[in-house]
Design a protein around this ligand. Structure first.
Ligand code: SF4
Length: 265
């Protein structure tokens, strides 16, 4: 049972260092999907509610605050999934979209097919794009790494439906974990209906000590590639070659090792 904490925010648009985003908007903080590697877990340092995934902070006044016109791209969301399970009942994300200035450039990223519910609202924006994170985790891998997120097929179907409704879409292939994430399979399954691809290699440091242990114990080969400079460099080289061979539209690969960088393709 997830603990819901209702709060009021002073503002809802926060400056963002995320590539391609000027602001982030988080009507929720915390995420029921509780992915083991989630980079947003760091917020637990300031939120004394318990372990990541067991609580969600709900900013009840987010819709009114979202009215503001902002210059630049707004990324929804950076420390939560805007379409996590409680959204179905609370409809907070939907109300934020209803209130938001439709001239704001909006980039929505989720793992949930619930996003298709709001296609009617996306159509009202001057500039909007919707991404679904797809990473091919199934069976034991999914159970260990991302147990509560929607299945891959549902995410792919959501991308297809969004695209058929005329929404600009992208598949965000993340996290790329060597030996586990099948990048080529995602591209093959989605290339007919997504506008472009995002690629992100697992940020092992951001994923935290517990995830590092999980990877080491259950996927030692993957762990070895992630922690060896030479093997990691080879992984990146092979990824660049693969993406070039697949000939898809992308900005490049997000890489985090000894700091964040963007590998242009
Ligand atoms: S869906 Fe996103 S925000 Fe939610 S736990 Fe997973 S990685 Fe974190």
């Amino acid at each position: 049972m997830v603990r819901i904490i209702k709060t009021k925010a002073r503002s809802i648009y926060t400056k963002s260092g995320i590539p391609g985003a000027d602001y982030a908007i988080n009507q929720y903080v915390g995420c029921q999907f509780a992915c083991r590697y989630c980079y947003a877990k760091f917020v637990c340092k300031w939120k004394p509610y318990g372990e990541w995934g067991s609580w969600v902070e709900v900013k009840t006044n987010a819709p009114e605050l979202a009215r503001r016109r902002v210059d630049g791209t707004v990324f929804m969301s950076s420390v939560s999934d805007p379409y996590q399970p409680i959204e179905k009942e609370l409809k907070l994300t939907r109300r934020v979209l209803q209130f938001m200035d439709k001239r704001n450039r909006l980039d929505v990223l989720t793992k949930s097919p619930l996003v298709v519910r709001d296609i009617d609202l996306f159509k009202l924006f001057d500039h909007v794009e919707v991404g679904l994170t797809v990473n091919t985790f199934e069976g034991r891998e999914k159970e260990l790494i991302e147990p509560f997120s929607p299945v891959q097929k549902a995410r792919i179907n959501a991308l297809k439906e969004l695209s058929e409704e005329g929404i600009r879409t992208y598949a965000f292939i993340s996290p790329i974990i060597p030996g586990i994430t099948d990048v080529e399979a995602v591209v093959r399954e989605t290339r007919d209906f997504v506008d472009y691809f995002g690629f992100e290699v697992l940020n092992l440091r951001g994923a935290g000590r517990e995830f590092e242990e999980l990877l080491k114990e259950n996927f030692p080969e993957s762990y070895s590639v992630m922690t060896s400079g030479e093997k990691f460099a080879r992984l990146l080289k092979e990824l660049v070659e693969l993406i070039k061979r697949l000939n898809v539209k992308t900005e490049g690969i997000e890489v985090h090792q000894g700091g964040w960088r963007f590998l242009r393709i």
